[in-house]
Design a protein around this ligand. Sequence first.
Ligand SMILES: Cc1cc2nc3c(=O)[nH]c(=O)nc-3n(C[C@H](O)[C@H](O)[C@H](O)COP(=O)(O)OP(=O)(O)OC[C@H]3O[C@@H](n4cnc5c(N)ncnc54)[C@H](O)[C@@H]3O)c2cc1C
Length: 236
Amino acid sequence: MPQPADYRATVLCSMRITPTIWSIFLHVEGAQPSWFLPGQSVWPRFEREGKTFTKIYSIASSPTLAPEIELCISNVGWASAYMCALKPGDSVDMRGPYGLMTLDTVPETDLIYIAEGSGIAPIKSHIEWLFEQENLPNVWLFYGGTGPDEVPYHALWKDLSARELKFRYIPTVLGGAGEDLEVGPVEGVIPAFIKDREQARVDICAVGDRVDQIKAALLSQHFAAQNIRTERFCSY
Ligand SMILES: Cc1cc2nc3c(=O)[nH]c(=O)nc-3n(C[C@H](O)[C@H](O)[C@H](O)COP(=O)(O)OP(=O)(O)OC[C@H]3O[C@@H](n4cnc5c(N)ncnc54)[C@H](O)[C@@H]3O)c2cc1C
């Protein structure tokens, strides 16, 4: 497991990719492709009003993009607003990597990813890394957005599923019609697609209590508890 260290990063670009979610690319000084594992996070440190703050953000890109990383951040409060307001050329000190919902080899069993909102970040890192490897299992992405304009990376996932037979993408929204979008909570659509549930490996990333709700639904659908990993986005 890579050991955490201090890094200085410079913002390369920042884009609003949905009404509430930003994609921020940073150049991390001295970072090698092995400096983090897919799914790990960094703690940027920043100063405002004379105080130093830090919050944790998952890396949304494959380690092979080093020395660059992407962060995918929901603009929901004080720290995330600071991160989303960063401009090209701004620098950020950060410490990392941290996190255990990682991959270091290609699994043999099917992989099921379930994400909501910016919870796509660590899962995007997994999927991008996986599709750089060989001999993949089937990889499913069940992605839940609040509405048709809140499904970040929709075009990217559609493109990947058109090119890669091993990748299946099922986007869902809570409300509002949209082309190719299932309607309802993300956990509700899974049984229609996944029949062999006892062996499948599942990684879930969502905000707060949604992680527990999705996991409880999967257990009631006969997924095996020991095959389910979770990452909870919450504020410390
Ligand atoms: C391991 C880990 C990885 C994380 N990775 C990411 C990431 O990649 N992208 C990201 O946007 N956030 C991520 N977070 C959340 C992040 O650390 C902050 O908690 C978040 O940015 C809110 O901080 P704030 O100061 O802006 O708002 P606060 O005032 O602290 O929180 C405002 C409200 O937003 C809720 N909230 C926290 N995170 C989110 C979110 N992502 N989406 C919607 N509501 C949220 C809080 O529970 C709270 O109710 C991660 C958290 C953890 C524990």
